[in-house]
Write a protein that binds this ligand. Sequence first.
Ligand SMILES: [Fe+2]
Length: 244
Amino acid sequence: MPSKIIKIGQISDPHIGDTEEFVQGIDVRANFLKALHSPSMQNLDLLVLSGDLANENAEPGGYHFIKEQIKDYPVPVCIIPGNHDRIEIMRDFYDLEVKNGKCYYSVEVCGRKVFFIDSACGEVSRDQLDWLEREVPKADGEVLMFMHHPPCFCNHRFMDLRFHLNNMIEVQQVLSKFNNLTHIFCGHYHSFFEVEFGRQVVHVAPSTQMQIDPNTPYFNMKSSAPGWFTINWGEDFVDTQVHF
Ligand SMILES: [Fe+2]
């Protein structure tokens, strides 16, 4: 009997503010809800919120809003922080696994392993890389990984220049050792990319807040429409759909 195809929804960078006031003229709460309640997000096995849940600086009102929206969610919700989040504040709202001040962990979904990494400070700490080196090869079969920052440049002229992952080379050296980690899912860049490097394909989810023009070296909003991912993970394939 073929193994089940696992369906994962990924919402990234909702940037919810403390109050209902619009953020940069955008109704970010409505954008988040559009993704969460989209017909494309039905029948998930796992929902991932991949960072920058809060708008600028870990606003509790943003965390409270998201908590209310996911409290009766029918499947597990996995959360990692982004550079605008602070786990010491997020912990008041979500049940986060924190070790050495970082929120990193793995979960099993239908018998298969998914890894979550904390790059909120702009780097992946050495203890997380050591943990990946120990745990990824131990996993039975192919695994997936989520982190906020892409671990490579993506040809986004604004984000690559100003907000790239600081210790990219160190992270790439570790990733290059894995035979069973082929697909990495990120956010942070507010733009959809699929980048191949080495053994991995890096899938960069659009934001539900807004999309940033990748073709200008300065900030330029491309669209205020929310975007998100759905991922179908079969025994020998990963099929990612982007939705706007
Ligand atoms: Fe970010």
